[in-house]
Each structure stands twice: as C-alpha cells, then as structure tokens.
Design a binder for this molecule. Structure first.
Ligand SMILES: NC(=O)C1=CN([C@@H]2O[C@H](COP(=O)(O)OP(=O)(O)OC[C@H]3O[C@@H](n4cnc5c(N)ncnc54)[C@H](OP(=O)(O)O)[C@@H]3O)[C@@H](O)[C@H]2O)C=CC1
Ligand SMILES: O=C(CO)COP(=O)(O)O
Length: 335
C-alpha cells in the first residue's frame, strides 16, 4: 500500500483523523514520535492509549520513522501534534516532503517560539509555493471515531487543495466545508481553548448558566476583535471554527480545556488536574500567547487577560471574575 496521506502525531485527534481518512479508503500512514507506541499500535491494530475501541482498517499503517512517513506521502502530510511541537515537527519534515505534497494541520494554537499563527510558521519553513490548509471546528475525537455526525471547516490556500481535502474527509457522518480564510479558522480554534478554560473556571466556582452564556458571548466578541484585526472575516468566526467550536468546548465536559478550568475554579492543585486529564490542554499556552499577541496588536481581550492572570500570575479566580464585572460599563458592540 502506497500511502497518499501521512498523519503526524498519534494522539487522540491525529489517530481519529487517520482513521477517518483510512476508513474513506485513502491509504494512510500514522506516525508516532515514540517507537514503542508505534510498535504497540502496529501489533494491536488500534491506539490503546488514546482511542482503545477503534480497530484500524487495512488502509491504515503505522510508523515511528518520521522521514519515512513524510517521504511516503504522495498527496499530503497532516500535522496533528500539539502546538508546542508544531515548529520542530515541520523543521524535521521539510527535507523529506515530496515536491507536490500539500501540508495540512489540525493543531489548534499559536507558534510557541514566535507567537505567530501556524500558517506563518509553515510559510517561513516551507516557502511561498507549498499548498497549505488548516482543519478547524467542533470535533471531539471520540465522537468522530464513533461515527457520530460532525462538521468541520477546511481553510485552504487554494480552492483545488481545499477540494482535494474535502474528498479525503467527507462522508455520510463527517461534513467538510471550505474557506480561504486561514486566519479566522486558526484564531477561532486557538482562542476558544482559552475561553473554554474560562467557562470551566466559572462553572467550577459554582456560577450559573447566566455567567456561562455571558462568557461565551463576550468571549466570541473578543475572539472576533482579535481575528478581524489580523485580517480574518466575520463569517468565519460566526461559523464552525469560531462560534461552533467555542460552544462545543465551553459547554461539554469532553473538553480537556473546560475540565482543566473546572478544576482550577474548584481550587484543585494544577498538577492533579493535569494528571487526571493526561492529554494536551492547549488553552494554557494559548492564554499566554494570545494575551501577548492582543497586547502587540492593541486589541482588548478582557476574558483572555483575566484567564492569563489566573494561570500565570496566581490571581484568585473569584478576583478575576470581579475584575471582569467591575469594568467600566460600555456599549455591547463597537468599542
Ligand atoms: N482531541 C480532539 O478532540 C481535538 C484536538 N485538536 C487539536 O489537535 C492537537 C493534538 O491534540 P490531541 O491529539 O487531542 O492531543 P493528545 O494529548 O491526545 O495527543 C498528543 C499527541 O502528540 C504527541 N506529542 C507530544 N509531543 C510531541 C512531539 N514533540 N512530537 C511529536 N508528537 C508529540 C503525544 O505523544 P505522547 O503520547 O508521547 O504524549 C500524543 O501522541 C491539539 O492542538 C488539539 O487542540 C483539534 C480538534 C479536536
Ligand atoms: O478542539 C477540540 C474540539 O473541537 C477539543 O477540545 P479540547 O482540547 O478542549 O478537548
């Protein structure tokens, strides 16, 4: 089997996407950075650590060799590592990429080193010609693997590349929409993780449904302010990658970011919450990077700022909420 697509990162989302594409009949190769994990997956034909109930189809192969995975991918490489590993993974990939292979990523976050968006990192490392695309939207891995209905936004550098990606992803339970707004698709996915932590904190403190709805709505307002300042379009943030993913992760306890916030709001030790979740919590790094980016761009993001202060400066969550509520009254829109 000659793989057409290689998925880099064998956590819950990389494995779920590899399964989706392979189940659609596209030969796919899944790379894990840990040799032992790759060997176990290859032997058991499933990813016991992250998605134990999903058997791998014949169209899905596994490797621990990054050069092999990248060189083998005739159509595209799909990066699904956490954002802190995105730049390093791309740098390792570059020498092995086939000339016509496009680069997709499903990572939600910013570049830890430069604080920039991931398409800027990809352009810097891969040059101006390479086809790029980001997958973003309300998609819990476990539900996609269980073949429950889901929809996603594909932000692609060209219509042709977007259409190819849709042909790999789309099926009766997974609907893929395209856009050329990579900035909006990425910022929706990065900002909502911070806002999901904030919503979790509010619920952990015992605040009610009113507070959660206010946080989601005003969180959307600040997500949109930042995104528009960086060149995104309103409709992207009003779509799956913005409001869709924000509602999903701020309200459902499958979200690791929300669960982390719940623990913080209840005053539990951070290490204990981390250990219990045992997976990536992207909103922690994103809270710092988005707070700094908003500062550089002069964009007001009060919920992100207070979440940053709770996570990085030891501000008690109750005080963060008071700070938000006691801000000067202002019109709902336009300031
Ligand atoms: N899970 C989901 O439902 C969704 C996740 N996402 C996004 O997908 C991205 C990946 O998250 P997700 O799969 O959920 O996270 P998980 O915590 O489930 O898995 C992360 C994976 O990345 C691996 N990893 C860690 N560091 C590196 C590295 N330096 N190089 C290569 N691999 C590394 C981990 O390996 P190890 O096992 O050794 O720790 C693990 O396999 C995140 O940006 C997330 O926001 C987007 C949509 C849905
Ligand atoms: O991005 C996700 C769903 O769209 C996953 O959210 P969490 O990382 O908060 O679990």
């Amino acid at each position: 089997m000659t793989p057409r697509i290689s998925v880099l990162g064998a956590g819950s989302w990389g494995t779920a996407l590899a399964l989706l594409i392979a189940r659609n009949g596209v030969p796919t190769l899944l790379w894990s950075h840990r040799r032992e994990h790759a060997q176990t997956m290859a032997a058991e034909r499933r990813n016991a650590r992250y998605l134990p109930h999903a058997a791998f189809p014949e169209t899905l192969a596994v490797t621990a060799d990054l050069a092999e995975a990248v060189a083998a991918a005739g159509d595209a490489v799909l990066v699904a590592v956490p954002s802190h590993a995105f730049r390093a993974t791309l740098e390792l990939c570059t020498p092995h990429l086939q000339p016509e292979a496009g680069l997709m990523w499903a990572t939600k976050g910013l570049d830890r080193t430069r604080g920039c968006l991931l398409h800027e990192t990809a352009r810097e490392i891969l040059g101006p010609e390479r086809e790029l695309a980001v997958l973003s939207g309300p998609t819990f891995a476990a539900e996609v693997v269980a073949e429950l209905p889901s929809a996603i936004t594909v932000g692609a550098s060209s219509e042709a590349f977007g259409a190819k990606i849709v042909s790999w992803l789309h099926n009766a339970y997974f609907r893929a929409y395209t856009t050329d707004d990579l900035i909006g698709a990425q910022l929706g996915g990065a900002c909502k993780n911070v806002l999901a932590i904030a919503a979790g904190i509010s619920d952990g403190l015992g605040f009610g449904a009113n507070a959660r709805a206010a946080l989601i709505t005003r969180g959307l307002a600040e997500m949109m302010r930042l995104s528009l300042a960086l060149g995104a379009r309103t409709e992207t943030l009003m779509g799956l990658a913005g409001v869709g993913d924000l509602v999903l992760t701020a309200t459902d306890n499958q979200s690791r970011n929300r669960r982390f916030g719940l623990g913080v709001g209840k005053g539990r030790p951070r290490e204990e919450i981390h250990a219990e979740i045992g997976q990536e919590i992207e909103g922690i790094l994103a809270a710092r990077l988005i707070h700094e980016l908003a500062g550089r761009k002069g964009v007001d993001m009060p919920i992100t700022a207070q979440t940053y202060r709770v996570l990085y400066e030891g501000l008690p969550p109750e005080e963060a909420v008071r700070n938000l509520l006691l801000r000067e009254p202002k019109p709902e829109w336009g300031c």
